[in-house]
Design a binder for this molecule. Structure first.
Ligand code: SAH
Length: 309
């Protein structure tokens, strides 16, 4: 049985338009059509009217329209020119003066352009010319094409200081890995890197049937909230990323074995490991973000002392 909607359903118009657009595989187009899933996603974001909301890949507006009901201003970034145009016709003209459509690739977009510094002056005429989202960090939402998800997440992490939070739909397994707890079987590189920059939260599982066409995999929605102040800071984030990658490349091995074999890492002794309170017999999946930061800072110190000697 395919799902059907009654004519009275508020999404009926959207769905009729949906029928006309042929989903483009190269743009990773899987359109949400399950109204109960759509409202669960929108509700999970808990919007305020004055939020600075940005949607990436609005498609035919399945999320856009219900989101737009809850905020005064919204920007969407859509790569597909036909979809951007039909959104413009449908929503843009429809009494939403603060709805902005940007037809571009979300991977190359300058997100800082959407953040308006709050004006230093207070009161007076200045204040009245300021937009309602001035000084408001971005709240980003997206049912993204899964093929661009990892690079896009890494791009967005570079804008952490102007982002309040991000809600994305991705393949369920990837969301589980991002939000995994230390010690679990799926805890790995993505968990450590994402949790270094953000608080992560798994929100809901979305079955394949909620999309048209259905993707090959089950999806899930999650929240990333960039730490305003990082709980732990690596001295060199490149080294941190390298240590995380290199250790998880050998996740079954002990740290002793990994550091002994790696050509990319300095030799570490038992005494070195003692100093940071990590056992050489430990395996990578038992190290939390704080441990990885300590380990990478140790690697930095060793590299520097190696250079000096
Ligand atoms: N959010 C909509 C559409 C999901 S399909 C829904 O839930 O129904 C993914 C959307 O992302 C498509 O509209 C596709 O054209 C768009 N897209 C794909 N790559 C993109 C990119 N690099 N930048 C911006 N949008 C992109």
């Amino acid at each position: 049985m395919t799902q059907s909607f009654s004519n009275k359903h508020p999404l009926h118009g959207t769905l009729q338009k949906a029928a006309k657009h042929q989903p483009r595989k190269r743009f990773g187009q899987n359109f949400l059509h399950d109204s109960s899933v759509i409202s669960q996603i929108v509700d999970s974001i808990r919007l305020n009217r004055d939020d600075n909301l940005v949607e990436i890949g609005p498609g035919m507006g399945a999320l856009t329209e219900p989101l737009l009901e809850q905020v005064d201003a919204m920007t969407v970034i859509e790569l597909d020119r036909d979809l951007a145009n039909s959104l413009r016709i449908r929503i843009g003209a429809n009494s939403h003066p603060n709805f902005t459509i940007i037809n571009t690739n979300a991977l190359n977009f300058d997100y800082a352009s959407l953040y308006q510094q709050p004006s230093a002056e207070s009161g007076g005429d200045e204040a009245s010319t300021q937009s309602s989202t001035a000084g408001k960090k971005l709240r980003i939402v997206g049912n993204l094409p899964y093929n661009i998800s990892t690079p896009l997440l890494f791009t967005l992490l570079e804008y952490s200081d102007i982002i309040e939070d991000m809600h994305f739909m991705l393949q369920k397994e990837v969301v589980e890995r991002i939000t995994a707890e230390v010690g679990s079987k799926i805890y790995g590189r993505l968990s450590v890197i994402m949790q270094y920059f953000c608080e992560t939260e798994y929100l809901l599982t979305v079955p394949r049937g909620a999309f048209n066409p259905p993707p090959k995999v089950t999806s899930a929605v999650f929240r990333l909230r960039p730490h305003q102040t990082k709980p732990v800071v690596a001295e060199d984030e490149k080294v941190f990323a390298l240590v995380v990658r290199e250790t998880f490349n050998h996740r079954r091995k002990t740290l002793r074995a990994i550091f002994k074999q790696s050509s990319l890492m300095p030799t570490l002794t038992d005494a070195d490991f003692d100093r940071i309170g990590i056992a050489m017999s430990a395996r990578p999946e038992t190290l939390d973000v704080k441990d990885f930061v300590a380990l990478s800072n140790l690697v930095v110190a060793k590299q520097e002392s190696g250079l000096n000697s």
